[in-house]
Design a protein around this ligand. Structure first.
Ligand SMILES: CC(C)(COP(=O)(O)OP(=O)(O)OC[C@H]1O[C@@H](n2cnc3c(N)ncnc32)[C@H](O)[C@@H]1OP(=O)(O)O)[C@@H](O)C(=O)NCCC(=O)NCCS
Length: 149
């Protein structure tokens, strides 16, 4: 449980904070399925928006935003450290990504949701646009969702 107020702020690609995102993503999104974050091609993240949740200097959650063509942005890598879940941190990160997309003139946010996270996104106004499918990078079903901003 957090002792301090959680700060939501953008972080810089390649920084020490960014290294913390690799560890958190590995632990939350890859290691439980025997995969490694090192298998992901993350070069594009120099151009992406990387939003972190910090308890002091410690990264406890993140989400990223990829700028797609046209009016669309894609949220990726939503991950909250296990002991910090269900405290509203994921919601705050998602809202910050939505605001940034809106400020950049985007009118649609899409994402590829893990089956278990679909209710979380539905609470935030996202709807399913595709069938559940198992993607190549992780052996659990995902479905595309979107929200008009
Ligand atoms: C999914 C995740 C990002 C949500 O973040 P969080 O900080 O725990 O979520 P919040 O506390 O902001 O939850 C907001 C609401 O969604 C609900 N919610 C959160 N996770 C949920 C889930 N897995 N299933 C159903 N509802 C969920 C909360 O109960 C809360 O509802 P309320 O407003 O009625 O109280 C986080 O649980 C996580 O990192 N999970 C593991 C990794 C993962 O699945 N990432 C998503 C990849 S697509």
């Amino acid at each position: 449980m957090p002792d301090n107020k959680i700060e939501i702020r953008p972080l810089e690609y390649g920084s020490d904070d960014y290294s913390q995102t690799l560890y958190l993503r590995h632990e939350v999104l890859r290691r439980p399925w025997g995969r490694s974050i090192a298998e992901d091609d993350l070069d594009h993240e120099a151009e992406d928006l990387l939003m972190g949740a910090f308890d002091g200097d410690k990264l406890v959650g993140l989400g990223t935003l990829v700028w797609l063509e046209g009016d669309t942005a894609q949220a990726r890598y939503m991950a909250i450290s296990e002991e910090y879940r269900y405290l509203g941190i994921g919601s705050e990160i998602l809202s910050a990504l939505e605001s940034a997309a809106r400020d950049a003139g985007r009118s649609k946010l899409i994402l590829n949701a893990r089956e278990k996270a679909i209710p979380f996104y539905e609470k935030h106004g996202y709807h399913l646009t595709g069938e559940l499918k198992v993607p190549p990078f992780i052996p659990i079903p995902h479905a595309m969702m979107e929200k008009a901003l």
